[in-house]
Design a protein around this ligand. Structure first.
Ligand code: NDP
Length: 332
């Protein structure tokens, strides 16, 4: 079988030469283990952080070790009482065509309730990130103005739609005209800004005549800088991600935000979705309800073939994806 290893810690933007596709034996499951065939692999910006050395909320990948992320697999052989051949399972598994997983590290998913891929997208990690970060820290109120960056991506597109469900005025920031049109025409955002062609500060002033009450931060950097002068009193800023800085070789310096936070008594709080693990079921249920009611839409950019996994990951930093980026390795 094929596997993907990290062979170099990228100093800046990762390139293909930081990874290696290798051949390895599949192995045999022992008691309490399963052999799974990989069906979908989730590629995520946060994996870039795991390629660096150093302390974080999640340990770094080992050099010359197999990369791992959210994976859906189908059980090929089970030596566990809890799973049978044919079951679909979700877990944090390696970038490889087959995995041997302990029964405690995977959970079954039901493809009759929702398409399997959604357990890695709108009903999975990124949907839950949007749900908890926005509602728990953003605390939106009807009529308020919400701005979200990375708005056409997996997390951002769900944040904006939840904000519409909550009756907010919603403005998205994204990196192409296609994405901006998708946000307003398909997802019902009130306005959207292309940060690559528009002056973000000026465009925001126009799109947010009543100021900004919630800024859901996915990107950091210059886009973020443009937000702070427009914050309203008691604004909330859930800090979910800062993708614009993940590949920086030098620290990202810009205008300091403290004065804006003081002037407006605003709250800025970082979080990781793992903080909410005890409430995942509640979040997934609510997201599934909105999907069922047609209030929530989702998009997935699916790259076909295990051999293209690295490209799909690198594409995240080029903005190639609309909605959740996934790799389809095999059929169910
Ligand atoms: P996305 O689906 O949004 O994919 C990444 C997108 O980021 C790209 O499509 C691109 O869109 C945009 N982007 C890439 N480079 C830049 C840049 N330099 N400046 C601005 N935008 C850029 O990914 P996710 O929805 O999975 O993740 C969104 C953010 O949320 C990330 O920062 C991620 O790390 C974070 N995250 C945090 C979690 C947590 O628990 N705190 C959990 C999950 C995600 P465009 O064309 O618009 O540039």
């Amino acid at each position: 079988q094929k596997q993907i290893k990290l062979i170099n810690r990228p100093a800046a933007t990762p390139t293909k030469s930081d990874f290696k596709l290798v051949e390895a034996p599949i192995g045999e499951p022992s008691k309490g283990e399963l052999l799974t065939r990989t069906v979908y692999i989730s590629v995520d910006p946060y994996l870039r952080g795991r390629m660096n050395e150093g302390k974080s909320y999640i340990p770094p990948f080992e050099l010359n070790g197999i990369i791992s992320s959210g994976v859906i697999g189908q059980v090929v052989e089970s030596k566990s009482d809890q799973f049978t051949k044919g079951d679909l399972v979700l877990g944090s598994l390696g970038w490889q065509e087959y995995s041997i997983a302990n029964e405690n590290e995977v959970q079954t998913i039901d493809p009759n309730l929702a398409p399997a891929s959604t357990y890695l997208s709108v009903l999975g990690m990124t949907g839950l990130t949007a749900y908890f970060g926005f509602l728990d820290i953003g605390k939106p109120k009807e009529g308020e103005t919400v701005v979200v960056s990375g708005a056409a991506g997996a997390v951002g597109s769900i944040v904006g739609q939840i904000a519409k469900i909550k009756g907010c005025h919603v403005v998205g920031i994204a990196g192409s005209d296609e994405k901006v049109n998708y946000l307003t025409d398909e997802l019902g955002f009130d306005a959207a800004i292309n940060y690559k062609t528009q002056e973000v500060g000026e465009a925001l002033k126009e799109a947010c005549p009543n100021g900004i009450d919630v800024y859901f931060e996915n990107v950091g950097g210059k886009i973020s800088d443009a937000i702070f002068p427009l914050l309203n009193k008691f604004a909330r800023i859930p800090v979910c991600g800062a993708i614009s800085s993940y590949n920086n070789e030098e620290p990202d310096l810009g205008p300091r935000v403290q004065v804006h936070l003081i002037k407006t008594s605003s709250l800025m709080q970082g979080f990781t979705v793992g903080n909410y693990s005890s409430r995942f079921e509640e979040g997934a249920k609510e997201l599934a309800r909105w999907l069922g009611e047609g209030k929530l839409k989702y998009e997935e950019t699916i790259t076909e073939g295990f051999d293209h996994t690295i490209d799909a990951f690198l594409d995240l930093f080029k903005g190639a994806n609309l909605g959740k980026a996934l790799v389809k390795v095999g059929d169910i």
